[in-house]
Write a new protein. Structure first.
Length: 277
């Protein structure tokens, strides 16, 4: 339970506050921190509201989205690609969309994340801030796959912005839940590029499976790039054998594998047909 709230005046201030207070968390939209039965176990919250991280800007070759941009801002922005708007709309509550932030949703990297599978599939980059062991402030620009692969090691890192390249990459995601208000059983994301020689490359395949985390299906990615998977049916079978699930109140493990494979097969088929970018 949060017992103390600090309002950071700068990114460096936020990081120093977090380092000096045990069991502290960054406070963005607060939708998870304030949720009944929240998984966040912290006594101190550090608000990022005053850091000016809530803008979406066109930077020429890429779109920069501040980490405090809300899901509703994503939906309403003319700069944001449709695939990210679609992912934001997985959150069915207008009130929650006006509170929840892109940085908070990504930082949690939860198995019911609205945005993580799509953002991971997009190969976007993250602008992050941290303190060295000696206390010096530093910023970095990292690929999102690195943030996912070493998520626990980034627990003290502050996400400043998300950088989306303006390329012709296909990105799609699908969410499977009993309703827009319920926890998703499975959310999948697929991204790939068709180069000038009509070769599929830079494939990313992710499945957020309730109870089993956000999974990168490397073997499936490699099989597509090597030309071993060429149809939706191929994709369906490969995903079914690769994704990990467990029985819980959202679905059985077998059903989770089924809907993950159906969803990713659908996205792969859309990509092969030249689906929207």
């Amino acid at each position: 339970m949060i017992q103390e709230l600090f309002i950071a005046t700068s990114s460096e201030d936020a990081l120093n506050l977090k380092r000096s207070h045990a069991k502290s968390v960054f406070y963005a939209g607060g939708t998870e921190i304030n949720r009944l039965h929240s998984t966040v176990d912290a006594k101190t919250a550090i608000s990022l509201a005053k850091l000016g991280l809530n803008a979406i800007t066109d930077e020429g070759s890429y779109i920069r989205i501040g980490s405090m941009v809300t899901l509703q801002q994503l939906v309403e922005s003319e700069l944001v690609p449709q695939w990210l708007k679609d992912a934001a709309l997985f959150c069915g509550s207008f009130t929650r969309r006006n509170m929840a932030t892109i940085g908070g949703n990504l930082a949690l990297m939860s198995d019911h994340s609205y945005l993580a599978p799509a953002l991971l599939a997009s190969r976007c980059r993250l602008l992050t801030a941290n303190l060295t062991e000696g206390g010096a402030y530093s910023e970095d620009n990292i690929p999102i796959r690195e943030y996912h692969a070493y998520h626990l090691q980034f627990s003290g890192t502050l996400i400043l912005a998300i950088s989306l390249s303006k390329d012709s990459r296909y990105v799609g995601s699908l969410r499977f839940a009993t309703s827009s208000q319920n926890r998703a059983s499975v959310t999948v994301g697929f991204g790939a590029t068709l180069n000038s020689e009509q070769v599929i490359d830079h494939v990313r395949v992710f499945a957020a499976v309730h109870g089993s985390g956000v999974q990168r299906l490397n073997a499936v990615e490699n099989a597509i790039e090597n030309g071993e998977l060429t149809t939706g049916s191929d994709m369906q079978l490969a995903v079914h054998h690769s994704v990990v699930g467990m029985d819980d109140y959202t679905a059985t493990a077998e059903y989770k594998r089924y809907i993950a494979s159906e969803g990713l097969s659908s996205l792969f088929t859309a990509f092969l047909k030249g689906g929207a970018r």
